[in-house]
Design a protein around this ligand. Structure first.
Ligand code: HEM
Length: 393
């Protein structure tokens, strides 16, 4: 039986904004089931994400089922680490995500976008399976440096791996997911063995860091898998959220078609309007007060990125999708030490994709098939299936 509002429910997964209205929630909502605070106020959410009094590692949290689950998941992933290990591991990957490195990937992103859009056109499937997921995986393959002969294995196993957190632990699919992880780990170990010298890609950087002692072999593998898990699903979800809004708002689509200079702003609005990561977590490092709420040391704090992005004091008329909105502020990539490592790459990849889709089509609309379905995973927002009617050029 539920003891009070919690974000770990189907309703939050289905529609976090409607959930917030239904619990009568303001800027701070007590999660009675998990014993923490959901932070929906933009300013306070930034304080929790970036402030020194909030940590990431679940072993700093008060005991409870959520703490147990997060400890199980965390392994040696940098997503769940605090200093000094977090900084050490992040530093081994930083160069590959700097603006100059992302710029260098530009032609590969454009080719991947053209392939994804054209393959989707030929396959005639829904947008998620036909375009969003293959493109997101391709982007990750580009940055990691997965070579052509390994691509098929990589795509197949990554498709499964990214479902790890959305499939119940007792589901038979978890066995397939474990199998996929084993194959990916074997592939990474083979690369570790086989690669000589610098390759100019993320796997090369990680292997170099392992060889000169900055990373253990386990950390090197975990870092590569963390990037895959952190990158693919939010990317695919952001693509689907964006296509859904453009197809559902003919005026905004038309505006973007006639004003391609709005593309970067349109991407920011897609990210703000429907954050594909709806919520993340931190642990309070000390007894403190946030807003006017007392917070206990070790208590869980849940910055609700999607809700904070809809804080009307920061984004007037927040539910409106408006690609010409001036100075867009959002926290969809988080903030502080764990700020999304792939934010610049994700922005460039989203721009390449939307630009290509608009170039290859005359018009996109929501298809009236009744088969589109939002995903209901509580901390993410996207689609399981999204059917789009496209008038191709
Ligand atoms: C639109 C797409 C994306 C969104 C919305 C997104 C969102 C986020 C958010 C909210 C966080 C912070 C989580 C926290 O503070 O607890 C994060 C972290 C991270 N993201 Fe992204 N991400 C996206 C794409 C990517 C891509 C393409 C990559 C890699 C190629 C990537 C790699 C990472 C990594 C490695 C972290 C962990 C950083 C750390 O803990 O230091 N992300 N992402």
């Amino acid at each position: 039986m539920r003891v009070g509002p919690t974000w770990q429910c189907v309703e939050f997964g289905r529609d976090p904004y409607a959930w917030q209205r239904s619990v009568g929630g303001g800027g701070l909502i007590e999660d009675r089931e998990l014993g923490g605070w959901i932070v929906a106020d933009y300013r306070l959410a930034r304080q929790v994400l970036a402030g020194p009094r909030f940590l990431k590692a679940p072993d700093r949290a008060l005991p409870g089922p959520y703490t147990d689950r997060m400890q199980e998941l965390s392994g040696s992933s940098l997503l769940f680490m605090d200093p000094p290990d977090h900084g050490r591991i992040r530093a081994t990957m930083r160069d590959r995500f700097r603006p100059a490195a992302v710029k260098e990937l530009g032609p590969s992103l454009k080719n991947a976008a053209v392939d994804a859009v054209r393959n989707w056109q030929t396959a005639g499937t829904d947008f998620v399976a036909g375009a969003a997921l293959p493109y997101a995986i391709d982007v990750l393959a580009c940055v990691l440096g997965v070579r052509t002969p390994d691509r098929e294995m990589f795509v197949e196993n990554t498709r499964l791996l990214v479902r790890e957190f959305s499939v119940p632990l007792d589901s038979p699919e978890q066995r397939l997911i474990v199998g996929a992880k084993v194959e990916l780990v074997a592939y990474l170990l083979e690369e570790l063995e086989a690669r000589q010298g610098l390759a100019g890609d993320l796997l090369g950087d990680l292997i170099g860091a392992q060889r000169d002692g900055r990373l253990s072999a386990e950390e090197m593998i975990s870092a590569a898998l963390s990037v895959l898990v952190a990158g693919v699903q939010p990317m695919a979800d952001a693509l689907a959220n964006g296509v859904y809004q453009l197809a559902g708002h003919a005026d905004q689509q038309q505006l973007l078609r006639s004003r391609p200079d709005l593309l970067a702003n349109a991407v920011e609005e897609v990210l703000r309007h429907d954050s594909s990561v709806t919520l993340t977590d931190r642990v309070a490092a000390a007894d403190l007060t946030l807003g006017r709420c007392p917070v206990q040391r070790g208590q869980w704090m849940f910055p609700a990125l999607a809700l904070a992005n809809h804080d009307a004091r920061v984004s007037p008329a927040p539910t409106e999708f408006d690609i010409s909105r001036p100075s867009i502020l959002h926290s969809s990539f988080g903030a502080g030490a764990h700020y999304c490592l792939g934010a610049g790459l994700a922005r460039a990849a989203l721009m390449a994709f939307f630009e290509t889709l608009l170039q290859e089509s005359v018009r996109i609309d929501l298809a009236d098939t009744g088969a589109s379905r939002r995903s209901e995973v509580p901390a993410s927002r996207g689609f399981v299936a999204l059917w789009i009617a496209v008038a191709w050029r």
